[in-house]
Design a protein around this ligand. Structure first.
Ligand SMILES: [Zn+2]
Length: 164
């Protein structure tokens, strides 16, 4: 039996010092709100990463939206300002279909190389540059982790392949 600090049952992060992922995420949102330069640079990335690593209650369409947003942002296909607009618009749509019964895809990673506590902990105050660097690192690793997963699509009905 392990008696050390609890782990997040969604992203696998160790809650060292009793600090939860949600507490880190709230600290991160407050940090960005107080620093417009940080918000403008990475808010779309940090929100996408947090939801991708805490997928419970979101359907596959919502998760795919965050993945696409991450890829478009990291590849420089869409400007951050436009991504935020797009996410806001899509997220309103997604919230309507948010479903407590939604099951996370079987292949979804239960652990991640970088988790929210490595980006910002509530007792931390990094410089904006450091914070932006951490956010990009988080985004890159989160995207890579998802791309490395074998695509076993067990959620599709057996006849889905005939639907096209
Ligand atoms: Zn977590």
């Amino acid at each position: 039996m392990e008696h050390s600090a609890a782990r997040c049952d969604e992203c696998g992060a160790l809650h060292s010092g009793g600090v939860t992922c949600r507490a880190c995420f709230e600290a991160l949102l407050a940090f960005e709100n107080e620093r417009p330069a940080a918000f403008g640079a990475v808010h779309h990335l940090t929100v996408a990463c947090y939801f991708l690593q805490h997928p419970r209650g979101y359907n596959e369409a919502a998760l795919q939206m965050w993945r696409d947003l991450l890829a478009d942002a990291l590849d420089g296909r869409v400007a951050p300002r436009d991504l935020l607009k797009r996410a806001g618009r899509q997220f309103r749509g997604v919230r309507r279909v948010r479903d407590a019964q939604a099951t996370v895809p079987a292949w979804w990673p239960p652990k991640w190389p970088i988790t929210v506590d490595a980006v910002l902990r509530p007792d931390e105050s990094p410089t904006i540059d450091t914070y932006i660097q951490r956010a990009y690192e988080w985004a890159g690793q989160t995207r890579a982790q998802l791309e490395q997963q074998p695509r076993v699509d067990r959620m599709s009905p057996p006849d889905a392949r005939h639907a096209r």
